[in-house]
Structures are given as C-alpha cells and as structure tokens.
Design a protein around this ligand. Sequence first.
Ligand code: GLP
Length: 259
Amino acid sequence: MSHNFQRSPGVVNLRLWENAERASNYVAHQIAELIIAQQKIGESAVLGLATGNTPKAVYQELVRLHRHDGLSFANVVSFNLDEYYPILPGDKNSYNYFMHEHLFKHIDIAPENIHIPQGNCATDAVSELCSDYEAKIAGVGGLDLQLLGIGRNGHVGFNEPGSTLDSTTRLVELHPVTRNDAQADFGSLDRVPVQAISMGMATIIQAKRILLLALGERKSEIINKAINGAITPEVPGSMLRHLPHVEYVVDREAGAGVL
Ligand code: GLP
C-alpha cells in the first residue's frame, strides 16, 4: 500500500494508490463500511452512484462482498448522477442499463430504492423530473456518499465545463470531448445523444462525503489540472478540491503528474 493523505484546510485530500485495483478496492470498502455502519444504527445508506469505465471494478468488488461476505444492500437508497437524454432505459448505452448490468441485478437492493434520471421522460416534463429528483434526495436526508469519476475535460457527472457551483439537477448539453469519448459505445458520433440529465454541482457537493476516482494514464492530464491548475468552472472537477469532505482517489498512472 502506498498512499499519501492530507486533511488540513485548504489542502487537497489526495489518496494515491499503486494501482487501479487497490484504488477501486479502497472505494468499494469505504462504501461497504458506510452501509454496515448505517445498518448497525437502523438507518439507510444513501449512495450517489456514477457510471463509466472507472467505477466498474468498484461495483465488481461490491458484488463480491455481497456474494461472499454477505454484504446486504437492503438498506441502500441510490441516486445516479446522470443519464443521457433522450434514451430508452433498456438501451444498452443507457446508464440505467449499465447500473443494472454492473451492480443492481447482482445485489439485494430494493428496486424502489433505485433512482436514475429517466432518459425517456417527455420534453415538457424534464424540468419537473429534475426538481423531483432534488426533492427525493433531500427527502431521504441527502446523499451520504457520492462516488464520482471525471471526464477528460474535467466534467463530473455531466456537469460540463462552465457548470457553476450553484447548479442543480437539470438538462445539459454535452461537450464535444464528452460526445467524442462516447462514440465508441454508440458506434458513431451522430448516435451519441446531444443532451443529458445531470445532478448539478450543488447537488453533488451537498453529499456528506465525496470520493472522486480517477484511474489510468488517460486521466493524468485532467487530474493534474483539477488538483494543481486554476479552480474554475471550466474544469468542474477542480472546484471540489478544497472541500474538506472530498477525496481524490487516484492510481499511480492517473496521479503521475500530480506530486
Ligand atoms: C461519463 C459520465 C461521468 C464519468 C465520465 C468518465 O461522461 N457521465 O460520470 O465520470 O464519463 O468516464 P470513464 O470512467 O469511462 O472515463
């Protein structure tokens, strides 16, 4: 284990792990510990969940803990960060599909406790869906733990460059870098949706704890910018860095330029 961790005000909380597996296991075990701690006091654990390649090994470890160590998700309430718009929930590229494939269908979470923005909501109902999403999060006492990845342009969730700290759940336009990165999944650029529904920066930072996971060499440039560059809405991931409840959990490759 090789990590460096600081928790002083104004200092970035950075956990640097020697490889992706250790970084992912750390995150999975933080989530599992929260779930168990909440079970002990008879409370739910409210999780903010992310999609993409980055959290896949986290979900794999959580599934392993469920199957082999008896970790129950019966007290978990989940809220996903975002969803493409428009998209059908059953579409293989939807985040709804991703979450069921990688996590939900393998564990004992109650279906009614799963929340993902509805990608096939009617256009004139989107703004109500967004305010309902905020109200539902507030109604269960807020997010206990938010898991985040980071896009190569610094986006968190689908809070693209330009997103301010007061933004809430809303319909957003996807950035060209984001659509470009998604084209392999969709088969071609013109099939990638141009919009998405995303929790806002304000929604995210209200979580009691935030773990931003970044893995691999392709994230090293943006992680360096987020941690050492200007704090700016142009790099949404940079705006989290002095918040005491945020940890950047990074493997050696993604963290190569940071220290
Ligand atoms: C998508 C998601 C983000 C995610 C990002 C990075 O755009 N909306 O939540 O963090 O991609 O994806 P990956 O982990 O595949 O690099």
